[in-house]
Design a protein around this ligand. Sequence first.
Ligand code: DC
Length: 222
Amino acid sequence: MGFDIAIDGPAGAGKSTIAKGIAKRMGFIYVDTGALYRAVGLYMLDKGIPTDDRDKVSAALPEITVDIEYENEEQQVLLLGKNVTPYLRTQEVGEAASVTSAYPEVRDKLLDLQRTLAEKYDVVMDGRDIGTVVLPDADLKIYLTADSRVRAKRRFDELKAKGGDPDFFEVLKEVEERDYRDSHRETAPLKQADDAVLLDSSRMSVEEVLCTIEGLIREKRA
Ligand code: DC
């Protein structure tokens, strides 16, 4: 029997850092589901399809294939067979993903791929609806969150480190808008599963979060 871990939470809570760390320590496969939604967002941007037009976005979906491959244990996302991983982590693509991921047609399209991966491998999967919709029977569910100011500060530092000149309050506004959109959509909104363990990383180091989750895995496996 496999062991699957679901990590959900808002943007900037540190899900991918934590999920990657756990996958490495446990020898599991890390699945970044946000990257799948980002690939769909990227396609719409590239084709000039307005992301706020649900009909046009849905009509374009049959043209798309999204797949995952692993290269040196790093997830690569293939859009129509082309590796688009380097183009997914921009603010613009994140916004497009946040808008288009609200459409049930988009979520349906990506559901099977996520479930198949979890059937095949022991996974640590991060996203917004993994514990609630994608893997309701996951062996361990974590809801990882942090104060929106702390998350905005992390994002602000990231942008600065990349040589940008961000405005903190602008970044905070974007974080809060994304939270609102992700948690108020009708289909599979961001929310804590009833059986998920809540971890607030606002005042925890990465190592503390990793150790806490390792402890929870040991308990579940005992
Ligand atoms: O985690 P991320 O920032 O890469 O996600 C980008 C967007 O994709 C996010 O704003 C909401 C959406 N998303 C989702 O709806 N469901 C998931 N499981 C993962 C991401």
